[in-house]
Design a protein around this ligand. Structure first.
Ligand code: GTP
Ligand code: MG
Length: 202
């Protein structure tokens, strides 16, 4: 299907700052700098919608974007994409890390509107301890997870399958596949939109 509109709605660090509209939510989590904000821009084909930066720790709040898409049968579908601050950034202090954990966990646990968590990992590297811990935490809390491997343009086609297998193994992926994604080329965009559509239409 086609995204026809995407707009920034709100930033939050507490539950009372979440937007009031009752729309389903698709959230994006991953290490700092893995490409969450870039992926949101690429999915929406809206350059500059979410702020991107070459230095990690750019996104510091929970940011909500309202997206409208048109289905092949002309029906409209509306939901929030939720951009979360990254984890695993070495230069953040203890206090900030605790704060991160508190407000991201609060987000994951309070939301009945949260339909899918897209966990992003870098396709080039094995999942790090923080990625494994995040995946296990999400699974423990019965959240539906789609793993997306980012920066696919940096890996040659011939190495793709090997890297995907290594990530599956590293995360001990329970079910489902991994989508290889490139925000530069748009590789994986249709697959991820399909996965989101399936969840939203369920
Ligand atoms: P934080 O907000 O700091 O947690 O980072 P983030 O996960 O939102 O990452 P962001 O989208 O800001 O991207 C980080 C860097 O990676 C930027 O320099 C992007 O240009 C680059 N990047 C993101 N996605 C891709 C991709 O698919 N391919 C390539 N080559 N670079 C990418
Ligand atoms: Mg970001």
């Amino acid at each position: 299907f086609n995204v026809i509109k995407a707009r920034y709605v709100a930033s939050a660090v507490r539950a009372d700052q979440y937007p009031p509209e009752d729309l389903p939510e698709i959230a994006f989590i991953g290490r700092s700098n893995v490409g969450k904000s870039s992926l949101i821009n690429s999915l929406c084909r809206h350059h500059g919608l979410a702020r991107v930066s070459a230095s990690p720790g750019k996104t510091q709040t929970i940011n909500f974007y309202a997206v409208t898409a048109k289905l092949p049968d002309e029906r409209r579908l509306e939901w929030y994409l939720v951009d979360l601050p990254g984890y695993g950034y070495a230069r953040t202090g203890q206090a900030q890390r605790r704060q991160w954990t508190r407000f991201v966990e609060e987000y994951f646990l309070r939301s009945s509107r949260l339909k899918l968590v897209c966990q992003l990992v870098d396709l080039r590297h094995l999942p790090q301890a923080s990625d494994v811990a995040m995946y296990d935490w999400l699974k423990t809390h019965d959240l539906t997870v789609q793993v997306v491997a980012t920066k696919a343009d940096k890996i040659g086609r011939t190495h793709l399958a090997r890297h995907i297998a290594a990530i599956k193994n590293g995360l001990q992926l329970e079910t489902g596949g991994i989508i290889a994604y490139s925000a530069l080329s748009g590789q994986g965009r249709n697959d991820l939109l399909d996965a989101i559509g399936q969840i939203l239409l369920k």
